[in-house]
Design a protein around this ligand. Structure first.
Ligand SMILES: Cc1ncc(COP(=O)(O)O)c(C=O)c1O
Length: 382
């Protein structure tokens, strides 16, 4: 097996503060929405949505999380030594781009893997043929997401073939909602109905497989969709998939991103700022240079529109965001000096630099803002 390069370069000056208690509280509150028997699968893919996968898993091991979900086999290997044999579900379906060694490794590690096509089944069966390994399989049923799930008529064949194969054991059935985060849940309920029909038609409740469907939004808004397990990502980190005016649980963002002021300088009125001279100050301006840029995950589209927080004041970004520098107008902010830390991404929903506020500016969702935080940003666990 190849050795995969791990992130070695860390920038101690760029600090993502991870508040353990908030993460644990969010998990407790989300679990509180579900029946006691419903298992909680913590989704820690994409470097735990930017929070640092090892740090996050270590904190979650102090909670009553039942399982972890990652995107890839590489992430599963990375956390396997931290999870003390709790189940790890790999969300990317098994597929022929993977080496035979990888498939065997999944079986030997006891990872829960996903099958969603007959081609992949054939490949996996071949990969395990000469072994006594048994690979745990969850089937992803297409109910309306239109991504990797298998169409229900083909799923029948797939289940029959899994049953015949001594190297495969069906341990789970699931689906994924396309619109559970939207206000109108009618399509999500339609998906749920398709899923329920599949479960009933194939007597899956009687077969002892783990049935699961709910992401964060469905965990919060669709109690009928909790089944045997929920798979929560974004809400565990403190966010509703999109802003909610009257959420049934109060979640707290877990991460605060800070960067240092490296220089403060005066700029006369009319003196252009940064690449392209897109900002021309109208007054004598005190500018603070922040040691962070788009190479660290702070989007270039925040140029001339985002704000950062310094000692409870908000300072506007002026000029273009550079690869590793941002310039703020701090003319109206007293008592600041080089070396002070500014808050780039705040752990408060109402902040002018919350992940929601930044997502609005970038025309995206808070998931993208969080996952873009570069791996070299130092994660500091409190
Ligand atoms: C299959 C699957 N389940 C669960 C999740 C978690 O979703 P959320 O972060 O909205 O809770 C994801 C995330 O993309 C996913 O792909």
């Amino acid at each position: 097996m190849r050795v995969y390069r791990s992130q070695q370069l860390i920038r101690p000056d760029l600090q993502a503060h991870i508040f353990s208690q908030d993460l644990l509280d969010n998990v407790r509150k989300l679990k509180g929405l579900c029946p006691a028997k419903t298992k909680f699968c913590a989704v820690v893919k994409a470097n735990a949505y930017g929070h640092g996968i090892s740090e996050t898993v270590n904190i979650l091991m102090q909670s009553s999380v039942d399982a972890f979900a990652v995107a890839t086999v590489y992430e599963a290997i990375h956390i396997a030594s931290l999870t003390h044999k709790k189940p790890i579900l790999i969300l990317e379906p098994l597929n022929p781009s993977q080496s035979i060694e990888e498939i065997q490794l999944c079986a030997n590690h006891g990872f829960d893997c996903i099958l969603s096509s007959l081609d992949s089944l054939k490949y996996v069966r071949q990969a395990l043929k000469k072994t006594t390994a048994v690979l745990k399989i969850h089937l992803n049923i297409e109910t309306g997401m239109g991504r990797c799930g298998i169409m229900s008529d083909l799923a029948e064949t797939l289940m029959a073939e899994i049953e015949e194969c001594p190297n495969l054991k069906l341990t789970g059935i699931f689906t994924h909602f396309a619109t559970a985060d939207e206000e109108d849940l009618s399509y999500a309920y339609e998906q749920q109905k398709n899923f329920d029909n599949f479960i009933t038609d194939h007597h899956l409740k009687e077969r002892g497989v783990v049935i699961h469907a709910a992401n964060s939004a469905a965990t919060i808004k669709m109690p009928q969709a909790h089944y045997d397990m929920v798979r929560c990502g974004i809400s565990m980190y403190g966010y509703y998939s999109r802003r909610m005016s009257h959420p049934p649980v109060q979640l707290k963002p877990v991460l605060k991103l800070q960067a240092p002021i490296t220089q403060i300088k005066g700029l006369p009125a009319g003196h252009p700022v940064s690449y392209g001279r897109s900002f021309i100050p109208q007054r004598h301006t005190r500018a603070a240079i922040i040691s962070l840029g788009y190479a660290d995950g702070y989007r270039r589209c925040f140029s001339n529109c985002a704000k950062m927080k310094i000692h409870e004041h908000f300072a506007p970004v002026i000029g273009r965001v550079c690869m590793d520098q941002v310039i703020l107008d701090v003319t109206d902010i007293p008592n600041i000096q080089p070396g002070d830390m500014v808050t780039v991404l705040d752990n408060c929903h109402d902040s002018e630099c919350s992940a929601y506020a930044l997502a609005d500016l970038a025309g995206t969702i808070c998931y993208e803002i969080l996952t873009l935080i570069h791996a070299h940003v130092n994660r500091i666990v409190h």
